[in-house]
Design a protein around this ligand. Structure first.
Ligand SMILES: C[S@@+](CC[C@H](N)C(=O)[O-])C[C@H]1O[C@@H](n2cnc3c(N)ncnc32)[C@H](O)[C@@H]1O
Length: 253
């Protein structure tokens, strides 16, 4: 059972715990013969869900989400907002975040200062190729394509709206040395690139490191924004003075 839980994404575990909390709370108040107002019932469900989440070992921020979920649902229903609004919000989140519930890599963007730090690490004159794994809305690619016209820049992005945005940006921005593909970074052949750049999350870093070690050519450069690889210290770290105090980790393969 615990190994099954470990294999499920936290969002799915959270949903299962919400259902379990609802069932347990309903059973509890039936047994006690209580009649509760919807908000009080929702608060009890929230408390039960947070408790179960604590036992299941979910990260601390999940406890707040779990506690507030059912009461927020009751309060939103009381506002009588048309259901179409929620459908539209869900569809928008879906096309922006797509499989984030599974990959645990949401969309957030490297800062301009990170782009500039990357610039300084790329070959100044000779041709080279770079891939941005999870290229978001294409900011890294289009910036570097401008500063390094002798380079070739590819991106791979899984979420539909960021992909479409970056594709239009590249197509109509006249970036001849730049392209982006809709797909999974796990299907990219990293042996084609001199530089591999990733700004993901802590979750995929171990697996990405194994892929990089297997596929990247000797002498090529692997750069991760912010997220280190467990047990594999980088050969170089660049501290970037942006809002998040980003760190770029560099490994020469
Ligand atoms: C943190 S953003 C980085 C965006 C961009 N590289 C930058 O530095 O500004 C990570 C992106 O990776 C995408 N992503 C997550 N998992 C992916 C996967 N398996 N394959 C392709 N893209 C993925 C997400 O949709 C998101 O747009």
């Amino acid at each position: 059972m615990s190994s099954l839980l470990e294999r499920l994404p936290p969002s799915v575990i959270a949903l299962l715990l919400q259902i379990a909390a609802f069932l347990l709370t309903t059973l509890g108040i039936r047994l006690l013969g209580l009649q509760l107002a919807p908000l009080l019932f929702a608060l009890l469900c929230g408390g039960m869900s947070a408790l179960l989440s604590q036992f299941a070992g979910l990260a601390r921020w999940w406890l707040f989400i779990q506690f507030l979920f059912a009461p927020a649902l009751v309060l939103m229903l009381a506002l009588h907002i048309p259901p179409g609004f929620f459908l539209a919000a869900f569809l928008l989140m879906l096309v922006v975040y797509w499989s984030t519930f599974r990959t645990q890599v949401p969309l957030y963007l490297s800062s301009n200062k990170v782009w500039q730090a990357l610039e300084s690490r790329l070959p100044a004159a000779q041709p080279f190729s770079l891939v941005d794994l999870g290229s978001g809305i294409g900011g890294v690619l289009t910036h570097l394509a401008q500063t390094h016209p002798h380079g070739r820049f590819d991106g791979v992005e899984a979420a539909p709206l960021p992909f479409l945005w970056s594709w239009l940006r590249i197509r109509f921005g006249g970036f001849g040395n730049c392209s982006v593909h809709w797909g999974s970074l796990w299907d990219s052949d990293l042996s084609q690139y001199d530089v591999v750049f990733a700004y993901l999350s802590p979750v995929p870093m171990q697996a990405l490191w194994s892929k990089a070690r297997q596929e990247m050519r000797p002498g090529s450069l692997f750069i991760s924004n912010t997220f280190a690889v467990p047990d594999h210290p980088p050969q170089e770290t660049i501290s970037v003075e942006d809002l998040h105090h980003s760190q770029l980790y560099l490994w020469r393969m």
